[in-house]
Design a protein around this ligand. Structure first.
Ligand code: FAD
Ligand code: NAP
Ligand code: SF4
Length: 674
């Protein structure tokens, strides 16, 4: 096969059916699965990705019975009515040329309701509900329910099912000695622990016949104490194959694991070698997953390893046209997922509808539409941070004539600082994407140009996306030469000494602390990352865990906040714990309930609490201020004085609790309305 990405874009013949290429859209719960009224939205969400060229789509998880619900009344596939409703989804996907599997997920002890069941009555550390241990009859009934679910999926027009055996859900709970203490035929020896998933695959194959895909999602490294051994994992892969599985998909880490597996600081392709080792062991195709987001990397994995398919879940949220762009050799137009989790997993975990920080249309395909305009207007966008970039590119893509101004010589605004934080290097992909799209849509970009109101009077629309500026708190001595703003610390415009106090423990305070405690070459290679998080090769240790050996901190850092209590509680649900653990591992001294008394030659003077007790001197070389931001909107009054009513978006509209998610969403929504 010739052309771009020849392996990635080549079909895969599964004997009874053929996938048009090697790209799998991995399972993601969007929140649209749970209610019948959202079926139309869900169908269009999948259809857009099918039209975008993906080969195989896997739905979010559907429970085979009510004990398996993730939440009370969550998504299930248990009746003929459910199956009929899903026909809208499967035909929309088939019209787009893709195949689709229904994921059958039994939550086991992760079920957030009192009906939960598991192998043994052992509570999960991340769930208040203690599960009931399934009886022998209960296990047999559960197998029947998985089989019924698969039959209903076939009736609904699905091309197959994915049986969810990883991430610590029910089947994983039977597999691991940590959670399965049974002594009957479903527990005890490794073979008995494997019996439930193997029986599910065997009985499903028997019921659905030979021409239906059964994909088994295998936990290839549990990352929990007393998880499965490597021999057990390989044995399960073989037995699933012999029982009738068509494909094996990769899963890494239980939800309760304290090893990050998908956040942006996890090195790209970190788990591919493990999937490849499983692929070497079986004859059916194995799917690689986690932290793969661009075609070149995916092609290289197919070239270098034994895996035959690449699963990408979040990258299909951020860019539904990912495959078409790869096929057209325009990968630089891909809006690359930056693994921030902010609008996808962080939403899912608080039961909000899933979307994407970079692509607010994700999950809103039917309501947020960027149609070509019938009346092109001239639009000035002031500020090329995330808000201005999203507004400019979206408006220009609709046919408006857009001019984008920024005072800096570069685009990105505060996001250009974010990409310099160790572990956030991939944020640079967003800036690459916008650079390409500004060019593609012929936006007139004027950098190094602090624009004034006079220049803006000739435009039909003016968008103020002038963002934010760091807040300088009124602490006595804040103008001392030892004090730096966070942009100065991040850009390295002034040197930072060996002992530092960081004022403010929000997202930026944590990021700056990460930067200051990391030495000169910030990008962790896989070996260093494994050492930091105590990750072993699954063949070396049960559960694939070892003792963490983090690199020593580059500086001694104090991280301070005025509010009493634990720091970092407002960080993202799925990434906050990673930041907190990382800062702790670097020996950072975290002080809360602090009053900043003054800064002088001897350092930062603080006290604690309302009574200003325990006066303390932190003998630091530098103080870095990360105390939030204020909006920049000085242009607004000048414009209004000239009778121009600007559209104000992003940080310029509101600095409090601003993030790139809100900035990009506002920019896109505004452009859709022009
Ligand atoms: P800004 O990014 O502030 O952009 C405003 C732009 O307007 C600037 O480029 C400025 O030069 C320009 N401008 C201002 N006045 C004028 C004028 N008169 N003429 C011309 N140009 C002008 N957010 C997240 O969601 N997730 C993260 O992980 C994350 N990490 C971060 C890490 C760091 C270290 C930092 C500093 C920020 C981080 N953020 C993160 C926050 C995110 O970058 C901001 O919320 C976002 O950049 C705000 O976008 P904006 O477009 O509103 O404003
Ligand atoms: P922030 O999260 O609001 O934190 C500001 C910090 O400064 C707080 O710790 C606050 O705590 C302190 N502070 C506020 N006013 C102060 C004052 N007058 N004097 C001293 N301290 C003061 O804002 P941020 O850290 O600047 O981040 C900006 C935005 O970027 C946030 O909304 C965040 O979501 C986003 N961001 C996200 C990530 C991410 O990983 N998702 C990373 C970076 C940034 P006290 O009041 O308790 O002192
Ligand atoms: Fe990727 Fe972040 Fe979008 Fe989720 S929100 S799909 S992690 S870019």
């Amino acid at each position: 096969m010739t052309g771009v990405y020849p392996k990635l874009l080549s079909p895969l013949d599964l004997g009874f059916t053929t996938l048009r290429n090697r790209v799998v859209m991995g399972s993601m719960h969007t929140g649209l699965e749970d209610r019948a009224r959202d079926t139309g939205r869900l169908a269009e969400y999948f259809a857009e990705r099918a039209r975008g060229g993906v080969g195989l789509i896997i739905t979010g998880g559907y429970a085979p019975n009510r004990t398996g619900w993730l939440l009370p009344f969550a998504a299930e596939m248990t009746t003929g009515a459910d199956a009929r409703r899903h026909r809208r989804i499967t035909s929309a996907v088939h019209d787009g040329g893709a195949k689709i599997l229904l994921q059958v997920l039994h939550a086991g002890r992760y079920a957030y309701h009192p009906l939960s069941v598991s192998a043994s009555a052992i509570k999960a550390p991340i769930n208040p509900f203690r599960p009931r241990a399934l009886s022998d009859r209960g296990v047999v009934k559960t197998i029947d329910d998985f089989v019924r679910c698969a039959l209903l999926a076939r009736e609904a027009g699905y091309d197959g099912v994915e049986i969810m055996g990883s991430e610590g859900y029910l089947l994983n709970q039977f597999l691991s000695p940590a959670t399965n203490k049974r002594t009957d035929r479903w527990g005890g020896s490794p073979r008995h622990r494997r019996r439930l998933p193997v029986e599910i695959v065997r009985r499903t194959r028997e019921a659905v016949g030979p021409d239906f895909i059964i994909d088994y999602r295998l936990s290839m490294a549990d990352y929990v104490e007393n998880g499965q051994s490597w021999q057990e994992i390989l044995a399960l892969a073989s037995e699933a194959q012999d029982a009738g599985a068509t494909l094996i998909n990769s899963g890494f880490g239980w939800h309760e694991a304290r090893v990050p597996t998908i956040v942006t600081s996890v090195p790209s392709g970190a788990f591919v070698d493990i999937s490849s080792a499983v692929a070497e062991h079986v004859d059916i195709p194995v799917v690689a997953s986690n932290r793969i987001n661009m075609p070149e990397a995916a092609e290289q994995i197919l070239e270098d390893t034994h895996v035959q398919l690449i699963s990408m879940a979040r990258p299909m949220l951020s860019d539904p046209d990912w495959v078409n762009k790869a096929a057209a050799d325009t990968a630089d137009e891909i809006n690359t997922c930056i693994a921030c989790n902010q609008a996808c997993l962080d939403h899912a975990f608080v039961h909000k509808k899933v979307s994407c920080l970079l692509n607010p249309r994700a999950g809103r395909e039917t309501s947020l539409v960027l149609e070509p305009t019938r009346a092109a207007r001239s639009v000035a966008v002031v500020g090329a941070g995330p808000a201005g970039l999203a507004a400019a590119v979206s408006a220009a893509s609709r046919g408006h004539r857009v001019t984008l101004f920024d005072a800096n010589e570069f685009i990105g605004g505060q996001f250009d600082l974010a990409r310099r934080i160790p572990g956030k290097e991939e944020f640079a992909e967003t800036i690459r994407y916008y650079t390409t799209m500004l060019n593609k849509h012929a936006v007139d970009v004027r950098l190094g140009s602090r624009v004034g109101a006079e220049e803006l009077t000739t435009f039909d629309d003016v968008v103020l996306a002038t963002g934010v500026t760091p807040r300088l708190p009124s602490i006595p001595g804040v103008d001392h030469p030892m004090v730096l703003t966070y942009p100065e610390a991040i850009y390295g415009t002034r040197p930072v000494g060996a002992r530092v106090a960081v004022i403010g423990a929000g997202g930026i305070g944590f990021d700056v602390t990460e930067l200051l405690t990391t030495d000169e070459s910030p990008t962790l290679n896989l070996k260093e990352w494994k050492a930091e998080w105590g990750v072993a090769d699954p063949a070396e240790a049960r559960g694939a865990l070892t003792k963490p050996l983090p690199a020593p901190p580059a500086r001694e850092v104090y991280l301070l906040q005025r509010t009493a209590g634990r720091q970092g509680t407002k960080l993202g649900k799925t990434s906050g714990w990673v930041h907190r653990a990382s800062v702790k591992a670097k020996g950072v001294q975290q002080l809360s309930g602090v009053n900043y008394e003054r800064i002088d030659d001897s350092g930062l003077h603080i006290s604690f609490g309302e009574k200003h007790s325990r006066p303390t001197l932190l003998e630091v070389d530098n103080v870095v201020i990360c105390a939030g931001q204020d909006s920049v909107r000085d242009l607004e009054d000048e414009l209004r004085a000239r009778g121009i009513r600007p559209h104000v978006i992003g940080g310029a509209a509101l600095a409090a609790e601003l993030d790139a998610k809100r900035a990009i969403k506002q920019g896109t929504e505004l452009a859709a309305s022009l």
